[in-house]
Design a protein around this ligand. Structure first.
Ligand code: 6CS
Length: 298
């Protein structure tokens, strides 16, 4: 399996999604199914029927624990995929198959029918909500900076980056954090684009960046295997982040069906168990709506 994983990480490094594994798990980026949603007239019937008939739906993920994670056997887990899989099962769709892809490719890939949903913790904001149909939120979370030990440049909020044009901040291209800086009119010259968590931390360690901007829980997950950096408390002047599954707008009937099932699932101990397992507070999302989170600027 390690060969498979090294091949998979090589493909990913080339910007290709991992190669498919037969069991429910990762699917190749060139996977083709008669995916619904491409303007199909049937809406829910098509995506629901497709999922039931083929036994899975394809989901875009980033492999960024705790939001999404690919196990060494290729199976897909993490907070959002686990919730999505549980709700799909209640709809008669047996499982999900994950495709690892960068955040900036998730919506274009969805529109191109390379996957049926995005379950990556793709945080809601105006520009995204205008392109996809989000389910109601599953999680709310916060943003932080990874900084050198002791935070020598005292970077604790977005305003610090605005006020000091010499600061370089590592961000994922097309990510929510990059959007925060752009909305704040931070010049692109202050961005250091990185591909994933590891390379973001490397940018800070090497001094190419003064901080790495990423969700608090993602940075804390990285800290479990590398404690050479500090994670700031949640950034007070970042928008409230939250996400749910994202679908094509042509699958809005399916989204309505999914939301009904999700609303019931959110009342169950199973939902609370999944969130708690991944470090999220199940109570934090109570009463939070997609409409509210879709007001986020950017
Ligand atoms: O929504 C986003 O773009 C962000 N979401 C997560 C879970 N990690 C980083 C990414 O930029």
């Amino acid at each position: 399996m390690s060969n498979e994983l090294s091949r998979r990480s090589l493909l990913r490094g080339l910007g290709l999604a991992a190669v498919a594994v037969p069991a429910a798990g990762l699917l190749g980026s060139c996977s083709t199914t008669s995916g619904a949603g491409t303007g199909s007239p049937g809406g829910a019937k098509d995506l629901l029927a497709l999922g039931r008939q083929q036994g899975y739906l394809r989901v875009a993920i980033a492999n960024e624990p705790p939001y999404t994670k690919v196990n060494t056997d290729g199976t897909v887990t993490g907070c959002e995929p686990d919730v999505f899989r549980a709700v799909c099962k209640k709809l008669g769709i047996k499982d999900i198959q994950g495709i690892v892809t960068p955040y900036e490719s998730m919506i274009p890939g969805l529109q191109a029918n390379r996957w049926d949903a995005i379950t990556a913790g793709l945080f809601m904001k105006q520009s995204r909500c205008s392109q996809v149909d989000y389910s109601e939120p599953v999680i709310v979370s916060t943003e932080s900076f990874a900084v050198p030990k002791g935070n020598p440049k005292n970077i604790t909020k977005v305003q610090d980056v605005i006020d000091n044009s010499s600061l370089k901040i590592a961000v994922l291209p097309g990510g929510f954090e990059e959007g925060i800086l752009q909305t704040a009119k931070v010049p692109g010259s202050q961005e250091v684009k990185v591909t994933d968590g590891r390379s973001g931390l490397e940018a800070v360690k090497s001094g190419r960046a003064d901080a790495f901007f990423l969700p608090t829980l993602s940075l804390k997950a990285l800290q479990k295997t590398d404690n050479s950096f500090d994670v700031t408390p949640p950034v007070g002047d970042a928008p409230k982040t939250g996400s749910g599954a994202a679908f094509r707008q042509s699958d809005s009937d399916f989204v309505a069906t999914y939301n009904k099932q999700l609303a019931q699932f959110k009342q169950t101990p199973e939902f609370a168990d999944i969130l708690t397992k991944w470090g999220f507070d199940p109570a934090a999302v109570k009463g939070v709506t997609a409409a509210e989170l879709c007001k986020n600027p950017g």
